[in-house]
Write a protein that binds this ligand. Structure first.
Ligand code: 3PY
Length: 253
């Protein structure tokens, strides 16, 4: 059975007080509503991590993640945060290769391969993002594009390491645009990703990897998207900043 996962990507949002309020609300609702079989991950900006972690406490299905990590172990890399440092703060998950980092920080497949390795070597679970732009979707090469992202960043990993990953398919044309992939479009790409993983690592390993959908996932479309057989949850942007919406998404399985 694959893990069902809902991860909130706060992006560059929330002051200290806003982050505390949002986390407290989510903690209270999760305690009340007990969505125990869903793994929930909060990915705030780095500076929030210790205070969010403190509020989260020991709730067994609620974890703190980061939005990025360095491709380097340690040293003179001003402004970067290593996987090793994140681990020492109790972080369990890290988003790697979000399209906004690919675009605004020029992160390419080779660099992302090193970030994934750093995360794994330091005990973090990478949530590896892939996804195509509108041009690529419209010219019909989206499957080739996404499978190439996976091949170039992940296919050096051993079967044991790839099994530890979570993958997030986030079509760029659906991020922050209000457009969402239809549930059939999401299913089609998730199935293609799983087949690509199976061709390299075998069906059993591919069947164990959770693949999340991201891109304008909201309470009113989550249930339909999560009902698809190869969709194992969501990486949630804007709707993760509203505790009620986030909880409604968590309850959409
Ligand atoms: C979005 O839904 O906008 C995201 O980018 C989630 O990572």
């Amino acid at each position: 059975m694959r893990k069902k996962i809902v991860a909130g990507n706060w992006k560059m949002n929330c002051t200290f007080d806003e982050g505390q309020k949002l986390t407290s609300e989510i903690v209270n609702m999760i305690k009340d509503e007990r969505s125990k079989d869903v793994t929930v991950i909060l990915n705030p900006p780095f500076v929030h991590i210790p205070s969010v972690k403190k509020l989260v406490g020991e709730i067994s299905n609620l974890f703190v993640g980061a939005q990025d990590c360095s491709d380097q172990e340690s040293g003179a890399y001003t402004g970067q945060v290593s996987a090793k440092i994140l681990n020492s703060f109790g972080v369990k998950y890290v988003i790697i290769g979000h399209s906004e980092r690919r675009e605004f920080c020029s992160e390419g497949n080779d660099l992302l391969a090193n970030k994934v390795k750093q995360a794994l070597q330091n005990g973090l679970t990478p949530i590896f993002c892939c996804g195509e732009s509108l041009d690529i979707r419209e010219n019909g090469s989206h499957e080739d594009f996404v499978t190439q992202q996976l091949t170039e960043s992940l296919f050096d990993l051993s079967p044991e390491d790839i099994s530890k990953l979570v993958i997030a398919y986030e079509p760029i044309w659906a991020i922050g645009t209000g457009k969402t992939a239809s549930s059939d479009q999401a299913q089609e790409m998730h199935a293609a990703i799983r087949t690509h993983l199976a061709n390299k690592y075998g069906q059993e390993i591919a069947d164990g990897i959770s693949i999340l959908y991201g891109g304008s996932c909201k309470p009113d479309n989550a249930q339909e998207i999560f009902s698809k057989p190869d969709v194992d949850g969501g990486l949630i942007g804007g709707a993760s900043l509203k505790s009620r919406d986030f909880m409604d998404i968590i309850k959409s399985f």
